[in-house]
Design a protein around this ligand. Structure first.
Ligand code: ATP
Ligand code: MG
Length: 622
């Protein structure tokens, strides 16, 4: 059957499209039309008008040809006089037909872009709105990729297909009527001639969609290898490790496989389409033979025969266009299903946007016996974590790599929900709050924060986009994070674009970037600030300055910070030590040193390294 057996989606979709072909066609056309209508109704109306005009012109051409031939045949000796008007008419009609085609092409371009824009709007709204866990699933990426490369333009293609059908249909009716007036038996022959094409093109549509589904993972992988070789961030490592040839080899291998698959796909499509065309050609031959027979039998005159010849030719191509349109619609339909599945994920996320407004402040945040496992993961990242954050406190989270610090930060930030246990704000479970309103009360700097290729000002003010930029605040947030001097010293000061990707842009050092990210979190003005290793890239002085002024910069807000540097951690009101997803110790620095457990061990390890290197002797055990 040519249906990929590995992909349940393709199977399901194909099965459904087989069962309810006509109803499906109607639904597809309706949804696509309303999408196109809402993207550019003026353009759509123009297109309809032009198409009607084009169809009319085509039908009139047949009539004009017949009239011209009749005029010539009626009085061959009368000179050019009687023939002049129909000939000029024919020329005018042909011109009109050509003009509608040209104009239509340009309009199509405009309309196509308008539709693409509104489709992008929807797709991007979903991409930025779905739960973070979607980004943990390869299926999501596959669909996202198909939607981006395929589905975006499909509603427009359905409309185009529809126009082709409508135009061809109208022209077909016009020319068909003209033909019927000449002889009634030719028309059915031509219509039947389109059927082979209809059948093979349905099959072709399905092949196309299955091919796309099958190839998406490999195509995405290829895209990734392209990015590795063209990305700015990757460029230095690719050179330092000499990865160019190796990456190209892998890229080539992927491309080769794809081309091989494409070749066999194209071959199958070509066979189908040749079969369809052959079928159509045979039927056209039969029709023309019938015409000859009619002429020989004297059932139609010479003028009628001439016009019929033209009409048969025209009609045959209109029938092709008509069924081609049907094919486009069916083919697009499979991709549109894909699109609507994708858009539905966005709807699901929106439904989660229910709940009460989160409070603007809190007295106590409690993490109560929280368990969490990443989707698709085998082990728990958090296993029964308990913690408390009192308003105004500076809380530190320490622990070895992979112990669950960032995960806890993400849960506190409302990006994931605990699988078990709960997080409460003054006794109220945060899951009762509308997620977006909770997130508004929290400001996070992640370990891998984003370096926006935007200006310094924007890099800070993205901390709160719900309100217009407050330059004063940008400055003071930058000052509090120790980023002000560096930004002010750039060629355009705070307005300098912080990336060399764009003209006039400048890049910052790792530590300077980190300060900008911290400034962003200060700018947000949320009662809870979470800083995931905000000082990892800072030099000792900058780090000291940041933490010396952190309390002041926070203006009484609560902060949870994650750090591997015990020199900064010791200033915290309370420290939680995480190990393999569990809190193993908690208390102030002095408490934990007195406890002489995990924390004390790690602390001694780190300070020993300092002391040892200060004495210029090798560090013990390092
Ligand atoms: N997106 C993810 N999907 C699946 N597992 C994850 C994901 N992110 C982290 N993990 C796993 O969860 C555990 C905790 O990771 P987490 O990032 O919270 O550690 P961390 O304490 O912040 O470490 P580090 O000090 O290296 O930043 C680790 O075992 C990690 O492999
Ligand atoms: Mg981390």
């Amino acid at each position: 059957m040519g249906i990929s057996d590995s992909d349940p989606l393709a199977l399901r979709v194909a099965a459904r499209s087989d069962r309810k072909s006509f109803g499906r066609l109607v639904t597809l056309v309706r949804t696509s039309l309303s999408l196109v209508w809402s993207s550019g109704r003026g353009l759509l109306l123009w297109m309809i008008g032009l198409n009607l005009l084009g169809a009319l012109a085509l039908a009139l051409q047949v009539v004009a040809i017949q009239v011209t031939l009749e005029a010539i045949l009626r009085s061959p000796d009368a000179g050019a006089g009687p023939v002049l008007a129909p000939v000029l008419g024919l020329a005018a009609i042909t011109a009109v037909s050509a003009v509608t085609t040209t104009l239509g092409g340009q309009l199509q371009r405009l309309l196509g872009e308008s539709v693409a824009r509104s489709m992008w709007q929807r797709v991007l709204a979903v991409a930025t709105g779905v739960n973070l866990s979607s980004f943990e699933s390869p299926d999501f990426y596959n669909r996202l990729s198909r939607v981006q490369t395929n589905a975006i333009v499909r509603p427009y293609q359905v409309t185009q297909g529809l126009f082709a059908m409508a135009g061809a249909g109208a022209a077909g009716v016009g020319v068909g009527l003209a033909l019927v007036s000449i002889s009634p038996i030719l028309l059915p022959l031509i219509v039947v001639g389109g059927i082979p094409l209809l059948i093979t093109s349905r099959r072709e549509s399905r092949l196309e969609f299955e091919f796309s589904v099958r190839e998406t993972p490999a195509v995405r992988m290829r895209g990734y290898f392209t990015l590795l070789q063209t990305g700015r961030d990757e460029a230095k490592e690719v050179r330092a490790f000499g990865l160019g040839p190796w990456l190209r080899e892998r890229f080539d291998a992927l491309y080769d496989t794809y081309l091989r698959d494409l070749r066999s796909h194209v071959r199958r499509r070509a066979v189908l389409s040749v079969l369809g065309q052959l079928g159509a050609a045979v039927m056209l031959g039969v029709t023309l033979l019938a015409l000859v027979w009619l002429i020989v039998q004297g059932r139609i005159g010479i003028a009628g025969a001439g016009a019929a010849l033209v009409a048969v030719r025209m009609l045959a191509s209109q029938v092709q266009i008509l069924f081609g349109g049907v094919q486009t619609i069916f083919e697009s339909g499979l991709f549109l299903d894909d699109l609507s599945t994708f858009l539905a994920e966005g709807t699901a996320a929106e439904e989660e946007e229910s709940g009460v407004e989160a409070p603007q402040s809190f007295g106590l945040i409690r993490v109560e016996d929280v368990h969490f496992r990443y989707p698709g993961s085998e082990t728990d990242a958090l296993r029964g974590v308990d913690a408390e954050l009192h308003a105004g406190e500076l809380i530190a989270l320490v622990g070895e790599n992979g112990s669950g610090k960032t995960t806890l930060a993400k849960l506190l930030a409302g990006l994931y929900r605990p699988d078990k246990g709960r997080i409460t704000w003054d006794g109220r479970d945060v899951t009762s709050f509308r997620p977006s309103s909770l997130r508004r009360q929290i400001s996070v700097v992640f370990q891998d924060f984003v370096r926006y290729a935007l200006s310094g000002t924007e890099n800070i003010s993205v901390g709160r986009v719900s309100e217009p930029i407050d330059l004063e605040r940008v400055r003071s947030a930058a000052a509090a994070a120790g980023a002000e001097q560096d930004l002010a010293a750039l060629p355009n000061g705070f307005d300098t674009t912080l990336s060399k990707m764009f003209t006039g842009g400048q890049d910052l050092s790792g530590g300077q970037w980190q300060r900008v990210a911290v400034a962003r979190s200060f700018y947000r003005d949320a009662p809870l600030v979470i800083l995931d290793e905000p000082s990892a890239a800072l030099d000792p002085r900058a780090e000291h300055d940041l933490f010396a002024t952190l309390r002041r910069a926070l203006h009484g807000r609560t902060a949870l910070f994650i750090s591997h540097r015990f020199s900064t951690v010791r200033g915290a009101d309370r420290i939680y030590v995480l190990e393999a997803g569990e809190v193993v110790e908690e208390g102030s620095h002095d408490d934990l040193i007195a406890l002489n457990g995990r924390y004390a061990e790690l602390f001694r390890l780190q300070s020993a390294a300092f002391v040892a290197s200060a004495e210029d002797a090798p560090a013990d055990g390092l």
